[in-house]
Design a protein around this ligand. Structure first.
Ligand SMILES: [Zn+2]
Length: 367
């Protein structure tokens, strides 16, 4: 019996790619913003269901390229199971090329998915916005149909391709084993994916920053479905080699999930960093004063505590400070990506740095 999956107006058909839309935010000019939906199903019609979502940040384009290039008739002919893809989770952000859609300007749309429990599913104590309501309805479809989810993003202005691994929270002691099993499954999924893995912020900051309400955070922590965030490259541009690497990673995840047969595909030539211990993200270092920065490192570079990563200069190009303008890192780690622009104000961070992570990825939470 084939699995029939409906998302908005798209209804799966064995052996086909179908297109539709999911009505999202009602518009004052009539009609509504809709999320585009693609459902690609293998001939047999049954098997695992992989969701691919992209562009919740409207200025991150690599995920669109991945979805557009990955889902082809050739893939459908070879695959078992179903891909449900949403090329943009923020049509209004995409239209204006901005991180936030214009109806929640300045807010992060990737913090509006459902929270850990039904009783705290509110934003700032206010009733949910139109977008939040739309995400809640879409999340019901994810919860009901997905076996795995990959949410596609971009990081900084130039970055290595990598995956974020989220912590998993549990309330009751008896849920701990379930949380551990789920986290182990995410681990093997990321091994199959084959790119650099960076853990999300330490658990308290994770909740403080509402990361449990990101697309993958909610899918993992609320729906208990294996989910990861993949950062493909820099924002505002498409990086073809990274798009190819992430498509390869997704196909290797599909092999791991039993959706494609054959051996693991080799990864194209992109930076992949493994320091031999778990790492988490930080934004570091920060400039002490207003300045222009000239970077001395590239995404993927491994650094040691005390290494210079940029030179701070004034508008004439003269080094600022006693150390010939050098800005140094306080930790061992590697450069995730560089932040946009070179003009900085006091305490601006200039890049993402991955550093040793000693936090557990399974975290008790008290209601
Ligand atoms: Zn993003």
């Amino acid at each position: 019996m084939p699995t029939s999956i409906t998302v908005g107006s798209a209804r799966s058909q064995p052996g086909q790619i179908v297109y539709g839309q999911f009505d999202a935010v009602p518009l004052l000019t009539g009609g509504s913003d809709a999320f585009p939906v693609i459902i690609a199903q293998g001939k047999a019609g049954d098997g695992p269901v992989l969701w691919l979502t992209a562009n919740i940040h409207g200025n991150e384009y690599n995920g669109l390229a991945v979805i557009h290039q990955l889902i082809t008739p050739e893939l459908v002919a070879a695959m078992t199971g179903t891909i449900v893809a949403i090329p943009t989770l923020s049509p209004a952000g995409l239209r204006i090329g901005e991180r936030s859609p214009y109806y929640i300007y300045g807010k992060d749309p990737n913090r509006l998915f459902p929270s850990l429990a039904t009783d705290d599913n509110v934003s700032d104590g206010l009733p949910p916005s139109g977008l939040e309501q739309a995400y809640a309805r879409l999340f019901e479809r994810i919860d009901a149909t997905a076996d795995y989810l990959i949410d596609l993003h971009d990081y900084g202005i130039r970055a290595i391709p990598f995956a974020f691994r989220d912590p998993i929270f549990y309330r009751e002691a008896r849920d701990k084993a379930v949380a551990r099993k789920l986290q182990n499954k995410v681990g093997t999924m990321l091994d199959a994916f084959g790119l650099t893995v960076i853990n999300e912020y330490a658990s308290e900051k994770y909740l403080e920053m509402h990361l449990h309400r990101s697309v993958s955070g909610a899918t993992l922590n609320r729906a208990r479905i294996p989910a990861v965030t993949v950062e493909i490259g820099g924002q505002r541009a498409v990086t073809p080699s990274h798009v190819q690497a992430v498509m390869t990673g997704i196909r290797n995840v599909m092999r791991w999930a039993g959706m494609l047969s054959g051996p693991r595909e080799p990864m194209p030539d992109v930076p992949i960093v493994d320091l031999g211990y778990p790492v988490r993200r930080t934004t570091h270092p920060r400039v002490p004063t207003a300045c222009l920065v000239h970077y001395l490192v590239q995404p993927g570079d491994i650094v040691k505590q005390g290494d210079p990563v940029a030179r701070m200069v004034d508008i004439y190009g003269r080094p600022i400070g006693a150390d010939d303008g050098l800005l140094r890192v306080e930790y061992d780690g590697f450069v995730i990506g560089l932040f946009p622009g070179i003009a900085c104000y006091p305490n601006d961070a200039i890049m993402g740095l991955a550093i040793r992570d000693e936090n557990s990825l399974i975290v008790p939470v008290h209601s």
